[in-house]
Design a protein. Sequence first.
Length: 395
Amino acid sequence: MLALALLQDPGYRAYWLSLLASQLGTWMQSAAQAWLVLLLTGSAERLGLVVAFQFLPSLLLSLPAGVLADRYPRRRLLLFTQGGMAFLAFLMAFLILFGRIRYGHVLGFALLYGAMNALDLPVRQAYTVELAGRERYPGAIALNSFGFNLSRLLGPVVGGVLIAQYGVGVAFLLNALSFVPLLFILLGKEDASPAEDARRPFLKEGLEGLRYVWETPRVRFVVGVVFLTSLFVMNFQTLVPAYARLALGLSATGYGALLSAVGLGALVAALGMALRGRPSLAWVVGGGVLLGLVHLALALKPSPAWAAFFFALGGFAMISVLINANTAVQLEVPDRLRGRVMSVYSLFLLGTGPLGAYLTGALFDRLGGGAAAGVLGGLALLGLFFWLRAATPRV
């Protein structure tokens, strides 16, 4: 297996383990941030606004980040983005632990953290190919997805316990510290030569990635599915905490358990992809349909146990879409355009976050968790139906 072979490479193994630690801290912080907003405001709509603020920079920065990833050494860009996120997490921890936190601070943090993440994602995806090599990339993405979803499974549980025992500030502090190993690993790496001439017009380079996506049917199809699912049925950062606290009346520990249910399903999907090795467009579409059906099931207002089961199915479906979509695009794109094309992918994945998150929170406040989930699931299934009818690739 390519994934296991990569772990035998000492350099990549150190990078992967440090990235795993950072992602574990990120999921702890994500759980704490959502719970903090509900403690401060008691509003799902305001929580949706925070998530929207966190994804808003993706609309503006994803395409420039792709150009930067193809122009300049990706290791140096990652040092900037990872270090910036560590600093922001530490600043939030200070405000919370010293009792100075306000809702406006959370909005500002979400916007700045989202900006760093918008710059980081396409650069990190391109750097993974640079580090692993194109021929080992399917194994690398499967391995990275396994680590990401292992942290998604464990992070909310640990975060829920920390919130219950010590408050939300500790989760932010631990996330800040979790970046340290990765920063040290990156400092020990060498820069690769940038792929593009930095003297070329910035706008022209950015549009080149958009043009490639539009003119390549397979990539265009995948990006369209990612757009529809991300907009309507991948907003678990808003839906899960709102469902846990406002619909089911669960404690912080119960909320962490629901988030971990999503992570468990996602982990199973990641393991399946690691064993399978190659992407499938059928799994991209099937995962999107399953996400819509999960939301329709949540409209029936199940018990906490059944809700956890459906959220686990949602996690499985979400990662089935994302792993297969990401790998399919990465294997299609030429190396010289990798950063820019992945920035377009990130734009449609994360750039829909502001609208999707706010829409989820607003529908939840106005219709209740069940009806809101049903509406979102129905919209996703309807959109996928029409996109499939218009699609040209064989799935």
